[in-house]
Every structure is written in structure tokens, then in C-alpha cells.
Design a protein around this ligand. Structure first.
Ligand SMILES: C[S@@+](CC[C@H](N)C(=O)[O-])C[C@H]1O[C@@H](n2cnc3c(N)ncnc32)[C@H](O)[C@@H]1O
Length: 246
């Protein structure tokens, strides 16, 4: 299956659009968890995916790609933080923390937890419906991190808009960078700020390349400016999208 076959528009459609409109934003994380519990399939997968299932929007194949790479970095003793930009309810952050549960490694998590910011022209008209939506819960993040046995003292939470938090984050070395912020501007900012800090042998995984036009454009522009980047786009849907620093 080609990647083009899976690109239907500039942004994914929303599930339960009417319910989203009437349900207070504060209850969205709870509703997401309940919906997952009703579908229930993911609870039959192995650890840690059965735990992270109600806390993430990311496919098990992509979570598996994060786990495999993060565990390999731990085994190899590769220095650097595990960083995630776009945390929501903490599912994929918990995968990173799970991989590092026996390692003295910092996990740095960035999110505003205020829903998606303003979209730009690069994101396409279909992205407008996501603005202010996808409100996550730091409380749920803490609960899934605890569940997977994360070393809580090694977790750094950077709460706020990336424009404010990234420039003052003071992270020197990154071993794994997970980018999951959907839109053009935040993806571009994360790539430009953090990829130069990724160490040799480190990985960058991008979640939204096939789903959001703005993310795809930001990544493609970054590759154009940095021809050393060799992007792997696995079989879609659900496959992981990543590159490695050599
Ligand atoms: C798709 S969700 C992340 C999903 C999550 N990784 C998971 O496991 O389900 C996208 C997140 O990016 C965050 N985000 C997007 N743009 C941002 C920005 N400019 N500053 C801070 N957070 C942002 C949103 O708040 C939202 O929580």
C-alpha cells in the first residue's frame, strides 16, 4: 500500500463530532478513556500496550516502534533525554518511561494541555475543527506513568506552548525525540529546535506525517533543508514514520 493511498485530506475526521460540541472540554480525556474501554480490544495486547491503550491515540505498531528504539538506546547506553512534544493523556510518554524504567535517564515532556493551537494556512481548512480540541489531562499522564513503573523523579514536565517552553528548556542531548503535535508550526519548531540536539545514533519518530498535511509539509521542508535525513515511512495505516541521526 502506498502512502498516497492513505492520505484522504488535510486532517483526519473527528469521531463523535456532536458529542464533542456539547461535552465540556474538561471531560474529553475521561470520555476518551471510556470510549477505549468500550472498544476493549487493546486490553488484550501485551505489556505495556494493554496499559497505555486507553491513554493514547497512537497505533500499537507506532508504540511498538517507540518501545523497540527506546529499549535499544537504553541497552546501548546512548546518552540523552527521551523527549516527547505532544503528550495529551501520556500514552506514548509512558512507553518512553517504561523503556527507561531501570535507567537513570531524563524523560522530558512538552505540552500546553489546552487543546490544539491556531492552525495556519499550511494545515488546510480541515484542520480548523481540531483547534481548541484534543485537550489532554496531566492527571491522567501522571496516572499512566505510575502504572508503567516510571521513575517519576526522572520525569520533567514542561507545561506551556512550545513557543515559550522549547527555547528555555536547556536540554543538551536527546537520544529519542517523539513528535506528536499534528500541525505545521509546532512540528516545524520542534524539528528546528530539537533535531540539532539529537545525538549520533538517536532516533526521531513523527506521528502525524500521513494524517495531517501541515505536519507532512513541515517534515518535507525540514528534509529539504537537511538532506542527510532519510525518512522511513512504514506500511500505513498505523506504521511508524522515523529517521535516525548518523
Ligand atoms: C495528538 S496529541 C498527542 C497524543 C499523544 N502522544 C498520545 O499518546 O496520544 C497532540 C498534543 O500536542 C499538543 N500541542 C500541539 N501543539 C502544541 C503547541 N504549540 N504547544 C504545546 N502543545 C501543543 C496538544 O496540546 C495535544 O495534547
Amino acid at each position: 500500500m502506498k502512502i498516497e493511498d492513505n492520505i484522504e485530506g488535510d486532517a483526519p475526521s473527528q469521531s463523535f463530532p456532536l458529542l464533542r460540541r456539547i461535552l465540556p472540554k474538561k471531560l474529553h480525556p475521561f470520555a476518551r478513556g471510556v470510549r477505549k474501554r468500550l472498544i476493549a480490544d487493546g486490553f488484550r495486547s501485551e505489556k505495556p500496550f494493554c496499559w497505555t491503550y486507553p491513554y493514547t491515540q497512537v497505533s500499537t505498531r507506532r508504540q511498538d516502534s517507540i518501545l523497540e528504539k527506546a529499549e535499544a538506546l537504553v541497552r546501548a547506553g546512548t546518552k540523552g533525554h527521551f523527549v516527547e512534544c505532544g503528550v495529551l493523556d501520556g500514552g506514548t510518554a509512558a512507553i518512553l518511561a517504561y523503556a527507561a524504567r531501570n535507567d537513570d535517564r531524563k524523560i522530558s515532556l512538552f505540552d500546553a494541555w489546552e487543546g490544539m493551537p491556531e492552525a495556519t494556512a499550511e494545515d488546510g481548512a480541515g484542520s480548523q475543527k481540531w483547534v481548541g480540541d484534543i485537550v489532554g489531562s496531566p492527571k491522567r499522564v501522571k496516572s499512566i506513568l505510575t502504572k508503567v513503573g516510571a521513575r517519576i523523579d526522572n520525569i520533567e514536565i514542561h507545561r506551556g506552548w512550545f513557543e515559550d517552553t522549547l527555547p528555555v528548556s536547556n536540554i543538551q542531548e536527546i537520544a529519542f525525540l517523539h513528535i506528536d503535535c499534528d500541525f505545521f508550526s509546532p512540528t516545524k519548531l520542534v524539528l528546528e529546535t530539537f533535531v540539532p540536539k539529537v545525538v549520533k545514533g538517536g532516533w526521531v519518530q513523527i506521528d502525524d506525517y500521513t494524517a495531517f498535511e501541515g505536519c507532512r509539509l513541515a517534515v518535507n521542508e525540514f528534509i529539504e533543508a537537511n538532506p542527510w535525513v532519510e525518512l522511513t515511512v512504514e506500511d500505513v495505516p498505523g506504521g511508524a514514520i522515523y529517521f535516525r541521526k548518523h
